[in-house]
Design a protein around this ligand. Structure first.
Ligand code: SAH
Ligand code: SF4
Ligand code: F3S
Length: 493
């Protein structure tokens, strides 16, 4: 259409390889503090609009905030209207096949728009871009895409956009290099809740998972940089901060010069004046006693722990290379519950992993009941090219997988309903996040344990922490009434 030749992109990266990836990590991570947008690029977006579609996890959501920050420093303004956008970026997720399908579907829709307005710059970034097969497919089937870049070089967005404007060819820049840490990137945060990366990448190599390949090796931000960012957000009045990492419990393990763990970081952050601190995600393997002790002091550390278990069968966990057994997981849960009796646990579970038998699936059901998770993200196993599990025989029939998912979700719904019923009559403090979706007179809020609460109240309460008495419970939602507050109490900072 616009003369872009088909090219071989294999020079940019290797396909996922466990053997190669496991060799990584020897070279030192560099932290770069000197990020700036070159002055000549600052006006590039004057009078123009951008739109970013984000797929996947909070890591991606937060990367989108960074890209928005850079685009706005270049003069671009946000739009939700495709027709108005001069730049459209798809920040993609590769975790399961259906995540990728959505992006290819969207590219199909955008083709017509690009044909109408050839000046539109259309970019694909995020985890899918780190896969060679995806880049090949885009170059062959969607040659109207102008720009592809990966997860390690989002700080290069200004330069890449400029190149995309002037190049007739598709601009592809994907680094297979692990990625250093770039500090001081601008971020466009909205609302009263903020995400803060504490680390990047993942070295766990669960056999089903693409993330260690798309996000590179585990690397922690320096504590002083994380603490400075949290302090700054506190000063700016943010009410809730969620610390992000694929496996936050591995925080600090890569410091060669410093003995400082995630527990230490949480301890330091608990002293900063932010009402609510959360974190995600915890890998059970590195969850240590120090962290449990720090969390048990509560204060601004919320008693909600997202602790993905994936399966209740030791045999399946072994094939997943999760490096813990059913018993070890239950032991950890026991320890957490003894130290923090009102802690709420949530989890991630995969059903239909290669070779999963009915008995092994039932072990998952029994573990779920034993732990009494409050909620879970549940998934049907999806083979990811290049991961070790993709070469295991995917021998659980599709309808069995669907049936297991349904049975698991039924149990989860029952547990959630029971847990919500236990809240009946309680007075809980909630952070008011906004109006509820269907009724502007009803506010939507979250408890410390991350439960969704709806209650009637004025918009003025948005962004504040207030007390609500629970009056009605449902499966995924509880409803309540505002408890009158003494004047000035629990004001937003
Ligand atoms: N780092 C997080 C998980 C990130 S991915 C952790 O380890 O907890 C989020 C969830 O997606 C995983 O916990 C897992 O349950 C699911 N997932 C990952 N790869 C998958 C695959 N190939 N098929 C199905 N679900 C998958
Ligand atoms: Fe994937 Fe496992 Fe890393 Fe989580 S810990 S991102 S599931 S490899
Ligand atoms: Fe998806 Fe990448 Fe997150 S694969 S789940 S967006 S780390």
């Amino acid at each position: 259409m616009n003369g872009k030749a088909e090219k071989d992109y294999s020079q940019y990266f290797q396909p996922p390889s466990l053997a190669d990836a496991k060799k990584r990590g020897k070279e030192e991570i560099q932290v770069h503090y000197e990020f700036e947008i070159p002055p000549e690029m600052r006006g590039l977006g004057e009078g123009k609009f951008y739109m970013i579609r984000t797929y996947g996890c909070q890591m991606n959501e937060h990367d989108t905030e960074t890209m928005k920050g850079m685009l706005e420093m270049m003069g671009y303004r946000a739009t939700e209207d495709k027709q108005q956008a001069d730049v459209i970026l798809l920040n993609t997720c590769a975790i399961r096949e259906n995540a990728e399908d959505k992006v290819f579907g969207e590219l199909g829709h955008l083709k017509a728009l690009k044909a109408e307005r050839p000046s539109l710059v259309l970019g694909v970034c995020g985890c899918m871009s780190q896969e060679e097969s995806v880049v090949q497919r885009i170059s062959q089937k969607h040659p109207f895409v102008d720009l592809i870049f990966g997860t390690h070089n989002i700080h290069r967005l200004p330069q890449l956009l400029q190149e995309a404007f002037f190049s007739k060819e598709m601009v592809v820049e994907v680094w297979s290099k692990e990625g250093d840490i770039i500090e001081n990137l601008p971020k466009k945060r909205e609302g009263m809740r903020a995400w803060v990366n504490i680390m990047y990448g993942c070295d766990k190599f669960c056999t089903y998972c693409i993330v260690p390949y798309t996000r590179g090796k585990e690397r922690s931000r320096r504590p002083q940089d994380v603490l400075a960012e949290v302090r700054d957000l506190a000063r700016r009045g943010f009410q809730e901060i969620t610390l992000l990492g694929q496996n936050v419990n591995a925080y600090g393990k890569d410091f060669e010069d410093l003995d400082y763990t995630f527990g230490d970081l949480m301890d330091d952050i608990s002293k900063i004046d932010v009402p609510r601190i959360r974190f995600t995600t915890s890998h059970p393997r590195d969850f240590d006693d120090r962290l449990i002790e720090v969390l048990s002091r509560k204060g601004n550390l919320m008693e909600h722990i997202h602790l993905p278990v994936q399966s209740g069968s030791t045999e399946v966990l072994k094939r997943m290379s999760r490096k813990y057994t059913r018993e070890r997981y239950l032991e950890l849960v026991g320890k957490i519950k003894r130290a923090i009796p009102d802690a709420i646990l949530t989890t991630d579970i995969i059903v239909g992993f290669p070779g999963e038998t009915e008995e092994q699936f039932e072990e998952t059901l029994s573990l779920v009941r034993e732990v009494q998770f409050d909620s879970a993200f549940t998934f049907i196993y999806s083979p990811r090219e290049g991961t070790p599990a993709a070469s295991m025989e995917d021998n659980v029939p599709a309808e069995v997988k669907r049936d297991r998912l349904r049975r698991l979700n039924d149990v989860m719904a029952e547990l959630s309903r029971q847990s919500n019923e236990r809240m009946q009559g309680q007075v809980v403090d909630v952070l008011v996040e906004g109006e509820s979706k269907n009724n502007p007179d009803v506010l939507s809020a979250r408890t410390r344990t991350n439960k969704l609460v709806h209650f009637r109240g004025s918009r003025e309460l948005i962004g504040r922490i207030v007390d609500v008495k629970i009056t009605e419970t449902q499966t995924w939602l509880v409803k309540g009434e505002l408890v009158e507050q003494p004047e000035g109490a629990k004001q937003a900072i």
